[in-house]
Design a protein around this ligand. Structure first.
Ligand SMILES: Nc1ncnc2c1ncn2[C@@H]1O[C@H](COP(=O)(O)OP(=O)(O)OP(=O)(O)O)[C@@H](O)[C@H]1O
Length: 307
């Protein structure tokens, strides 16, 4: 269990992290979102004990990070932003080195190194120096070092940054698997990552917590939540769609021609719309209920001034 109270970090007179308070329990897979410079990495560095707060505190399992950093860091796997250090080592040497730092010995050391090599598909680059790897492989080596000691808590700063779509998919699958028995926090810019891997979303902007809830609750904040979008196979009079009971507004995308109908609050408009379309024999060739667009909510939440 991670408990954060009034966590604040300033650099000179600039406040990078501003009075954050939250708790994260085992089973939580948290997507930590925010625009560039929002304070995500600074928060993660404080959660992992690599940066001290200016004020406030981080506790893990009821122990203060500041007083117990060495002991608590054993429970944490941390993937910092950027590339692994010690870039002149080969991948194999680097994994051995990290296993030693994590005090793995003998058979279990050999087994864990073998497991992370398989999990992150590093077989083909074991004898290459870390500095000479592609960005995607560097990220995978970073992930391997984060999980090698099988920690209870995983804190991953943009784990899929620089990976191609197949690797992204693979790493998300891995995170999903790891999250079954770990507490996981990942920072990301990729909104689909949050809906595909996380069961909790925290959005920060200007160092402040702006949203904390489930991905579904985030989608529900979208004006597109439960809107109905449709396309027509040829032009027809659609002015009556906006008059259907329960429809609050209609929008037409000038580029795609897609028509979107927005419901009144707490109204489900699919039934009346399909009835209308059938009755008028409108040439509709696609129709679906929107689940909410998280990019729109993200933009709104992060551009609002703090309350
Ligand atoms: N050591 C430092 N000295 C001065 N300013 C810093 C330092 N570290 C971070 N900052 C500033 O604090 C703010 C938050 O930075 P941080 O790296 O935490 O943001 P982030 O949300 O991780 O951004 P990104 O998505 O771009 O990685 C930024 O304005 C950054 O310039």
């Amino acid at each position: 269990m991670i408990s954060v109270k009034h966590l604040t970090r300033t650099f000179d007179d600039f406040t990078a992290v501003d009075d954050l308070s939250f708790e994260i329990a085992p089973g939580d897979v948290v997507g930590f979102l925010g625009p560039n410079g929002a304070g995500k990495s600074t928060t993660m560095k404080m959660l992992t004990g690599f940066l001290s707060p200016s004020s406030g505190e981080v506790k893990i399992d009821n122990l203060s990070m500041q007083q117990n950093a060495k002991m608590l860091q054993k429970k944490i796997g941390y993937l910092p932003e950027g590339s692994p250090v010690y870039g002149d080592m080969t991948v194999f040497q680097f994994l051995h080195f990290i296993a030693d730092v994590r005090e793995l010995k003998g058979k279990s050391k050999k087994a864990r190194i073998g497991e992370v090599i398989t999990q992150l598909e590093l077989q083909s680059v074991l004898n290459r120096t870390v500095d000479n790897l592609s960005k995607g492989f560097k990220r995978r080596v970073g992930l391997a070092q984060a999980i090698i000691h099988d920690p209870q808590i995983l804190i991953l700063d943009e784990p899929t940054d620089g990976l191609d779509p197949n690797q992204k998919h693979h790493v998300r699958e891995l995170i999903r698997k790891l999250s079954q028995d770990k507490l996981v926090i990942i920072s990301t810019h990729i909104l689909e990552e949050v809906t595909s891997v996380c069961n909790r979303v925290m959005i920060i902007a200007k160092g402040q917590l702006r949203f904390d809830g489930t991905p579904t609750a985030l989608q529900q904040k979208s004006r597109y939540y439960h809107a109905v979008s449709l396309t027509l196979s040829y032009a027809a009079d659609i002015s009556g769609l906006a008059e259907i009971e329960g429809v609050a507004d209609m929008e037409i995308n000038r580029i795609t021609g897609q028509v979107t109908l927005f419901p009144e609050p707490d109204t489900y408009i699919l039934g009346p719309i399909t009835n209308y379309i059938n009755h008028r024999k409108l040439p509709v060739d696609a129709l679906f209920v929107e689940q909410g667009r998280v990019d729109e909510v993200f933009r709104r939440i992060t551009s609002e001034e703090a309350a």
